[in-house]
Ligand binder design. Structure first.
Ligand code: DQA
Length: 147
């Protein structure tokens, strides 16, 4: 069975109340539930983890090596700053889809730069919480075509 890790970074635990005009009103728990349910309907096992700490996210990416077939990563603001997360993704050689609820390219200029895009399989952004389901389908299609 295909196994996917949905990994969320800083401040995403506050989804639902955090700037709903930008990020929507769906909570992280609801997003995670919908990811697990969507996966189950397609014979994909989905696990979810969130941390506000860069090192914990690096550890989760390392640990995914032996457990998961791929990762969906919303690294929040670390997207724009973290060489450590970019290096972690490059090091584990798992397919990683970079995800953002908002369209980062239509926002402030500092959000246009992504270290993760250099090493990610691709990026999904601007579709709100629905982006996670799109990412699961995209990752599954990639894994199926690669096997
Ligand atoms: C985000 C976009 C980032 O720029 C921001 O720092 C976030 C959330 C998104 O999902 O749209 O925390 O990754």
């Amino acid at each position: 069975m295909t196994s996917i890790l949905v990994l969320n970074g800083p401040n995403l635990n506050l989804l639902g109340t955090r700037q709903p005009e930008v990020y929507g009103s769906t909570t992280l728990a609801e997003i995670e539930e919908s990811c697990v349910a969507h996966g189950a309907s397609r014979d994909i096992s989905v696990s979810c983890f969130q941390s506000n700490h860069e090192g914990a996210l690096v550890d989760a990416i390392h640990d995914a090596r032996n457990t998961f077939d791929g990762i969906i990563l919303n690294a929040g603001a670390y997207t724009h700053t973290s060489i450590a997360l970019m290096d972690a993704v490059a090091s584990v050689e798992l397919p990683v889809i970079e995800l953002h609820l908002s369209n980062i390219h239509a926002r402030e200029e500092f959000r246009h730069k992504s270290y993760l895009s250099k090493v990610a399989l691709g990026q999904i952004c601007g579709f709100g919480s629905h982006g996670y389901v799109l990412a699961i389908d995209a990752l599954k299609a990639h894994l199926d075509s690669a096997s």
